[in-house]
Write a protein that binds this ligand. Structure first.
Ligand code: DP6
Length: 363
C-alpha cells in the first residue's frame, strides 16, 4: 500500500476550499506506552521494525484548532500552550506542515490557531509528542472532513494516524486503542509502516484493565532527543539483530496476549525495555539514560515479584522514568507497595496513575 491513497482529489479541491471560510475543532488524544519498542527509523518516518503499544487513558493532550481563510500562500499559524503563546514550538510545527502538505493541500489557505494543553505536567519527563502530534493530526483531519464530508470514519482514523506519524512516529499509535501495532509484521494482517492499526486478534481479559503507574524519577528535559536516539541506530553494530528481534518479540507476544500468561508478558516487556537502553549504551556516542533510582526501582520490583508472585513488571521509554505495568485486579496490593517502597525514589515523590485507554475523542 502506498501513500497516494492519502492525497485528496485535486479536481474537487478548489470548490471545496471556496465553500469553507472558518471553523474550529477540538480533540483529546492520549499518550501510549510501547511494549515492543520502535527504535530506529528510515527516511520519511518509516520505522525499522514493528512496535506495539498500550494506549493510555489519563495522560493526554487536548488541542483546539481554529482556522480562518486568508489570501496569501504562506504557512500561517500561532501556537499556545496552556493559553500562553509558544513560539518555540513553531519550527517543529512548520516542519510538520511541510511534511504533510502533499496530503493536506489546504494548509496554506487558512490561518491556524493551535491551542493546546496536556493533562500531565510539562516538566514531568513524559514526552508529549505522541499525544500532541496525534491531537493536532486529528484536528487537521477535522478540517479535511469539513471540506470533504464524504470521508468515512475508517479513512479518517487511518489518515489521522498516517499524518501523526509524520509528526512523531509513536504518535500514530495514539488514535485508536487499546492495543496498537505500527510497522509491517508478516503475521499481523493489515499492519503497515505508514500508520498504526488496532491489534486485530484476540486479547485475554487479563489485559483488559491494565494499569500503568508512571514513576517520575527524573522530570528534567530529555538527555537525548528521540530524533538523535533513532539516528544512533544507523551504523549501530547490533542494529540488524535488534530489528529482527523486535519482529520475533512481537510474534512471541501474540500467544501471550491470547492466553493471558502474565508472567510471560512481564518477561518479554521488561526485556524489550532493557534492550532499548542497551542499544543506547552501545551506540556511538553512547548514553546511559537510566538514573540510580531507576535501578533501585527495578530491583525492588523484582524482589517484590519474587516474594509475592504478583504479575508486576516495568517498561521504560528513552529516559529514566519507570512505567509499572500490572493487571487492575492486583491494584490494591501493588499500589500499596508502590506508595510504601517506590515513591521515595521519585523526584518530589511524584507519580502518575494511568491505565489502558481506548484512543482519541472529539470534544
Ligand atoms: C523509546 O516517536 O518520540 O518511546 O519519530 O523521532 O518523534 P520520533 O520518535 P518518538 O520515539 C519513541 C521511542 C520510544 C519507543 C516507542 O514509543 O516505541
Amino acid at each position: 500500500m502506498t501513500d497516494t491513497q492519502f492525497i485528496p482529489d485535486s479536481d474537487k479541491f478548489g470548490k471545496q476550499v471556496d465553500a469553507v471560510n472558518n471553523g474550529e475543532f477540538t480533540w483529546e488524544s492520549p499518550s501510549n506506552i510501547a511494549l515492543v519498542k520502535y527504535w530506529g527509523k528510515k527516511k520519511d518516518q518509516i520505522p525499522e521494525n514493528p512496535s506495539i503499544s498500550f494506549t493510555l487513558s489519563n495522560c493526554k493532550t487536548i488541542t483546539t484548532l481554529r482556522f480562518s481563510k486568508k489570501n496569501d500562500m504562506a504557512f500561517s499559524f500561532d501556537v499556545f500552550l496552556d493559553g500562553k503563546k509558544q513560539d518555540d514550538f513553531k519550527p517543529k510545527i512548520e516542519t510538520f506542515f511541510k511534511r504533510i502538505e502533499p496530503y493536506l493541500p489546504f494548509l496554506r489557505n487558512f490561518h491556524f490557531t493551535i491551542d493546546t494543553r496536556n493533562t500531565f505536567p510539562h516538566s514531568s519527563g513524559i514526552a508529549s509528542s505522541a499525544s500532541g502530534m496525534s491531537a493536532l493530526a486529528l484536528c487537521l483531519m477535522g478540517v479535511e472532513k469539513k471540506l470533504n464530508p464524504d470521508i468515512v470514519t475508517g479513512y479518517f482514523n487511518k489518515k489521522a494516524s498516517f499524518l501523526a506519524r509524520l509528526g512523531s512516529g509513536s504518535a500514530c499509535r495514539s488514535i485508536e486503542g487499546d492495543l496498537v501495532v505500527w510497522g509491517k509484521h508478516e503475521l499481523i494482517d493489515e499492519s503497515s509502516d505508514l500508520y498504526g492499526v488496532k491489534y486485530p486478534y484476540k486479547v485475554h481479559d487479563n489485559f483488559k484493565n491494565f494499569q500503568d503507574t508512571i514513576l517520575l524519577v527524573d522530570k528534567g528535559q530529555k538527555q537525548v532527543s528521540s530524533t538523535v536516539g533513532h539516528n544512533l541506530m544507523h551504523n549501530h553494530p547490533f542494529a540488524e539483530q535488534r530489528f529482527k528481534q523486535a519482529h520475533s518479540n512481537l510474534e512471541r507476544l501474540m500467544p501471550v496476549l491470547e492466553s493471558g500468561d502474565l508472567m510471560a508478558f512481564v518477561e518479554l516487556v521488561e526485556s524489550e525495555a532493557l534492550t532499548l537502553h542497551a542499544m543506547m549504551m552501545t551506540s556511538n556516542p553512547y548514553f546511559i539514560l537510566m538514573k540510580p533510582n531507576t535501578l533501585e526501582i527495578i530491583n525492588k520490583i523484582w524482589a517484590f515479584r519474587k516474594e509475592t508472585s504478583l504479575p508486576i513488571g516495568f517498561t521504560l521509554d528513552a529516559g529514566a522514568n519507570v512505567h509499572i505495568l500490572y493487571p487492575g485486579k492486583d491494584s490494591e496490593k501493588i499500589l500499596e507497595f508502590i506508595k510504601n517502597e517506590l515513591v521515595v525514589y521519585c523526584e518530589n515523590a511524584h507519580y502518575i496513575c494511568d491505565e489502558i485507554g481506548f484512543g482519541a475523542k472529539q470534544l
